[in-house]
Design a protein around this ligand. Structure first.
Ligand code: 13P
Ligand code: SF4
Length: 327
């Protein structure tokens, strides 16, 4: 049996009746579907908006819909609920977590903060609502440099939970920071040897990477950025071939944006079958779970109001800083 399906086989596998049902339920219930770039292609195509963590939180804050169906992972849906408490926020699979968010429990976080008193706490958006509630700033990969640079030079910084993004930020901003020892299981799996070998076969390809990747991977990258920035880069750049080091789901929107360019997923260590890296958490969502979720209006994201009110402050600080960048 084959390990992978061709695009035509994938289209034949899609249950178009369920897709139609999803679209009519969405209209009936005044729901909006927000999807991250790492969702499977058909979910991205059913969504009203596809984006990176920052874009999606902005959309969640601005929507007029009564229901937000968040096709992404738990911390993203929680952020939507924090910003839009009056909306019903649903997620197709409540177990769609994130290795970074899971690496940082509230108890361990409190211990870390106690061991490092007097610091400004900057948490990556890939963390739980409880952690956000105890942070001074939240950042995403697209605004992290700006967030760090906004903090007065005499303040000491604790950055969590991604040590790879943290080390990248130290290199970019020159700010020393104490880092939590967490990493993304997908971005940590890229193999430098395999990437270099692939590059020998495609010497004209540019290598682009998400900043959650390890230092030795970022060192050889021609461009580093959030998922949205990676897509914008291939759109604006004049090369025709790219090796892409982030979750393979991004290739769907990227290829739509540059239909004539060649996009090659960066290979991972253990990956001898499909040469792509997939986030098991993101891929827990499926079209049938999306349908059930809209139909039954469950599973729903709930957050204690006291936690939400605390968590919204550092998120709003981040959104205000990102707004300044747009103006
Ligand atoms: P972006 O904010 O760049 O979309 O990243 C989210 C994420 O989880 C990357 O692994
Ligand atoms: Fe979390 Fe990594 Fe999956 Fe992104 S790709 S959601 S950081 S586990």
């Amino acid at each position: 049996m084959k390990d992978t399906l061709s695009p035509t086989e994938i289209l034949n596998e899609v249950d178009w009746e369920i897709c139609d049902e999803i679209l009519s339920l969405k209209a009936q219930k005044n729901a909006v579907i927000l999807a991250h770039y790492y969702q499977e292609p058909i979910i991205q195509d059913l969504a009203d908006f596809v984006g990176d963590s920052l874009d999606l939180s902005r959309r969640a804050a601005d929507t007029n819909a009564d229901i937000i169906v968040f096709a992404g992972v738990h911390f993203m849906a929680e952020t939507a609920k924090i910003l839009s408490p009056d909306k019903k926020v649903l997620i197709p699979d409540l177990n769609a977590s994130c290795s970074l968010a899971e690496s940082c429990s509230l108890t361990e976080f409190e211990k870390f903060v106690k061991e490092n008193p007097g610091h400004t706490i900057v948490s990556y958006i890939n963390s739980s609502a409880e952690i956000k509630a105890k942070s001074d700033f939240i950042c995403t990969s697209s605004n992290a440099i700006r967030v760090i640079e906004s903090i007065p030079a005499d303040e000491r910084i604790l950055f969590l939970p991604d040590k790879n993004l943290g080390e990248y930020l130290i290199r970019k901003t020159g700010r020393p920071m104490t880092l939590w020892d967490g990493a993304c299981s997908v971005h940590e799996a890229f193999s430098i040897d395999k990437i270099l070998r692939l590059h020998q076969k495609h010497p004209k390809a540019k290598f682009i990477a998400h900043p959650e990747s390890e230092r030795h991977i970022l060192k050889i990258a021609d461009f580093i950025g959030s998922t949205s920035s990676l897509i914008n880069f291939v759109k604006m750049d004049n090369s025709t071939e790219y090796i892409v080091a982030t979750e393979a789901g991004i290739l769907h929107q990227m290829q739509k944006a540059v239909p004539d360019k060649t996009l090659i997923p960066a290979p991972a260590y253990e990956d001898n079958t499909c040469s792509c890296s997939e986030c098991d958490f993101m891929k827990m969502n499926s079209v049938s779970k999306l349908y059930q979720c809209l139909k039954n209006e469950t599973p729903e994201i709930t957050i204690p109001e006291i936690t939400r009110l605390k968590a919204i402050e550092p998120i709003q600080r981040m959104l205000a800083l990102s707004q300044q960048r747009l103006n």
